[in-house]
Ligand binder design. Structure first.
Ligand SMILES: NC(=O)c1ccc[n+]([C@@H]2O[C@H](COP(=O)([O-])OP(=O)(O)OC[C@H]3O[C@@H](n4cnc5c(N)ncnc54)[C@H](OP(=O)(O)O)[C@@H]3O)[C@@H](O)[C@H]2O)c1
Length: 252
């Protein structure tokens, strides 16, 4: 059985990607930060569609914990799937906070850097020996790093996502010798728990964002999760080093 690892799958885009991968026949190792009950909810949804999932805690901002995480992955692969490798990795965990350039503290900048850029870099490095030849990776970027998604208040966040877009291409180049494909998705505004559940706290922004979106609504987690699962599947086998905007035509 194929096995995928999805980081940040206790809610939102990662939760959807984990369920969509399970629906396509993949076992899933999913990670969570603080939201253990959300992770259990994801496991339950996967089991409901006949899949198998294991939830593991992981702080993507603390690279010193990655070797211990790899040991947990090895144990889960052996115990649950009788395998010593996995097939797909989704570097999805992340957080956002709006801050104008003048108000961005070094602490916030460093937090974005650790979670959004350094985390995916070194987590992938740590897990790469376990990723099977012919496997695939999707990094969750953001349309804030593209001209079409540029809005004030995201200079530090989007700079890290832009770095992730470049990293995606370098990973694709270097891992191609093992047949491993690497792509990123660039979601637009998507109704998740991002930014301390901003969509629930400020529902008045939803119609404003919908009005700027050609397809006339904000994104839902499955809009992105289905693309991630497709890129990782057989259907995506000739796609590598791409950053796919998944934003319903934001600012089109
Ligand atoms: N929603 C949007 O509009 C949008 C647009 C563009 C890009 N994105 C990107 O999409 C990705 C997923 O976000 P989302 O929108 O689905 O938001 P979400 O519902 O808040 O989910 C974020 C996930 O990341 C996890 N996470 C956050 N910080 C972490 C850390 N330091 N270590 C480990 N896990 C961590 C969270 O875990 P816990 O809650 O368990 O702590 C949660 O599972 C992020 O990379 C985000 O930047 C989102």
């Amino acid at each position: 059985m194929r096995v995928a690892i999805v980081t940040g799958a206790s809610s939102g885009i990662g939760q959807s990607a984990a369920i969509q991968l399970a629906k396509r026949g993949s076992g899933v190792i999913l990670t969570y930060g603080n939201n253990h009950s959300g992770a259990l909810e994801t496991v339950e949804s996967i089991e409901k569609v006949g899949g198998t999932a294991v939830a593991l805690p992981l702080d993507v901002g603390r690279s010193e914990t990655f070797p211990a995480f790899r040991a947990s992955v090895v144990a889960a692969l052996g115990d649950t799937w009788h395998r010593d490798t996995f097939d797909s990795l989704v570097n999805n965990a992340g957080f956002a906070r709006m801050a104008m350039f003048e108000d961005t503290s070094e602490e916030l900048f460093d937090g974005f850097m650790r979670v959004l850029l350094k985390g995916p870099f070194f987590l992938t490095q740590t897990l790469l020996p376990l990723l099977a030849d012919g496997g695939a990776i999707v990094n969750t970027s953001s349309n804030s790093a593209l001209p079409s998604g540029l809005e004030p208040g995201y200079s530090a966040y989007a700079s890290m996502k832009g770095g992730l877009d470049v990293l995606t291409r370098y990973m694709a180049k270097e891992f191609s010798s093992r047949g491993i494909r690497v792509n990123s998705v660039a979601p637009g505004s998507t109704r998740t728990r991002l930014a301390d559940n901003a969509f629930e706290r400020f529902p008045e922004v939803i119609p404003l964002l919908a009005a700027k979106t050609a397809l006339g609504r904000v994104g839902e987690p499955d809009d992105i999760g289905m693309v991630i699962a497709t890129l990782l599947s057989e259907e995506g086998r000739w796609i590598t080093a791409q950053n796919i905007e998944v934003a319903g035509g934001y600012n089109l």
